[in-house]
Design a protein around this ligand. Sequence first.
Ligand code: ADP
Ligand code: MG
Length: 289
Amino acid sequence: MIKTIDISKTFKIKYKVIKAVDDVSFEIERNTAGALVGPNGAGKTTVIKMLSTLIIPSSGDAIVNGYSITREEKKVRESIGLVTVSERLFYYRLTALENLVFFASLQNLSLSDARRRAREVLEIVGLSEWENIPYMKFSTGMQRKLALARALITDPPVLLLDEPTLGLDPLSARMFRDLVRRIGRDKTILLTSHYMKDIEELAEKIILLKKGKVIAEGNKENLKNYLGKVIEVEVNEYPLALGKYVVETSTNYYILRIPEKELDGLKDYRVIKEEEPSLEDVYIFLIGD
Ligand code: ADP
Ligand code: MG
């Protein structure tokens, strides 16, 4: 289980104060997956960093696997596996196996246990064949799998995945999602992503963040029902505020994909079709500027 309770984080740079996370409360039930969704700068990474005890909240608290991130940091750290996108995650010249044995040995495992566990997690993520290849020869997709393997060394009940498919080609991203789904059956997962595909396929609960605040949350159905139908219309002009709904521009007309409840913002339109909303439609309605 992951639960945040009015958690906030303020950064001060010189005289500027940034409320990166502003009184955020949400809950991800045990053995389910939730996603933090929102534009760049929304505060997603800051939430993940607080949950993984890398930074301390300015106020509020969170419970991860039953432990408080402010009072039981050590227990929280033992409960989580963290995957982030960063250049310096592994030793470039060491092989996949050597890297994992190194990180496993930091977990108080004997060398033989560390080696056994490293091989197990390589198997889980499908990298066994590549165990003797130096990290620097790995593709981005393989690097991400290795990062996941590392997060799994202690078989933690909670996985925190910050933009796990960032920079992956569509096929690698799909394979990574399948992997997360398979591993995630008996884990509580919180991921962040810009890709609606990740969210559609992985998240049972969605938390939309904008400027550090939760602006909507629910499962896919709740959010889609909330939006209602979307209509594709052809128009000759549209008010600037509806620009986020433009899906096609031609020399003398525009196609807008617009929620039914926003239609009265248009003066003249010709309906092309009416559809159930996608999560992307929800995102654009709530977040797009
Ligand atoms: P996201 O992951 O959703 O893109 P972040 O959590 O990285 O957003 O950032 C939220 C806000 O906090 C941004 O305005 C960012 O510039 C700011 N921020 C994040 N980390 C720091 C930091 N260490 N110092 C100052 N500002 C930061
Ligand atoms: Mg981020």
